[in-house]
Design a protein around this ligand. Sequence first.
Ligand code: NDP
Length: 314
Amino acid sequence: GRKERIRERREKRREEVSLLRAIPYSDQHIWWSSNTIAAVTGANRGIGFEIAHQLASHGLTVILTSRGTADGEGAVKILREKGLSVVFHQLDITDESSVRAFARWVLERYGGIDILVNNAGVNFNTGSSNSIEFAEEVIATNYFGTKNMIEAMIPLMRPSDSGARIINVSSRLGRLNGRRNRIGNVDLRKKLEDEDLLSEEVIEQTLNSFLQQVKDGSWKDGGGWPQVFTDYSLSKLAICCYTRARAKKKTKMKRGEEIYMNCYCPGWVKTGMTGWAGHTSPEEGADTGVWLALLPVDRCTSGKFFAERREISF
Ligand code: NDP
């Protein structure tokens, strides 16, 4: 049936990507060096750790950040023992003073960064459960934390011929009109789909009205919210929309000061977040993010959504 075909297509694409991953980057392709600085949030474990690992393996200098100092330092030790150029800095994306301290340190130590991977995120749903008990925290972390990081770091993205890059780890669960998940309210969906109507205000009004409905208990019959993992899916939908809206503002920058910002879905990955369920390894889950970070500048786009090294629709 249909499910079977989708599964086959997915398997085929995963095989293709695994072949692509085996091809080393050629000298002509490589625009980066050990002076290229990439920062990764939530990199002490899971997909974030793998993104840090792969970027450092390609020869960049990686700032591995995590909210817990001991966890982050442990992760850095593993990568340094492999001879990789990785440094640690504490960073809790929901803590404004932590974000400020990180930005200050980055400026003093490197004068800025070239690549930012916003990977940190939380999800309290597993299996078929749909709990909104932690909705505030999920949206505060996945949306507002990520947005605050972007806003704090944009002034610190170093201008270069290759352009700076921001990669936001999102999810297919946050699609506007996905197969499993959609915004049921057609007017709202249209607003979020429409390039001209979409704005940060629209995104944040949407999140606030969801959180209000969580408070007064009406969210289930209220807004036609995403059906699966509602709070988490909505937080990722917001990040996708924000990526589109924010990238639009950036297109006017002159060449050499370009910031390419995109988001991607890592697939269903065996990490703590999924209770080690899922189709793919953290190595594969990191792949599209690393690929976006290292694209040659003439292939860079902005404000798009990717999975398995291909653009997908929002
Ligand atoms: P994990 O739970 O293994 O890792 C999440 C990471 O985010 C941890 O390092 C965690 O730190 C960190 N984190 C959480 N809150 C904060 C915060 N406030 N400040 C800084 N770091 C924080 O999950 P994954 O590796 O699977 O997830 C990584 C990203 O991929 C997330 O954004 C997730 O939503 C996304 N994703 C994952 C999918 C999957 O199937 N696994 C599917 C689609 C998207 P700590 O160790 O301290 O808790």
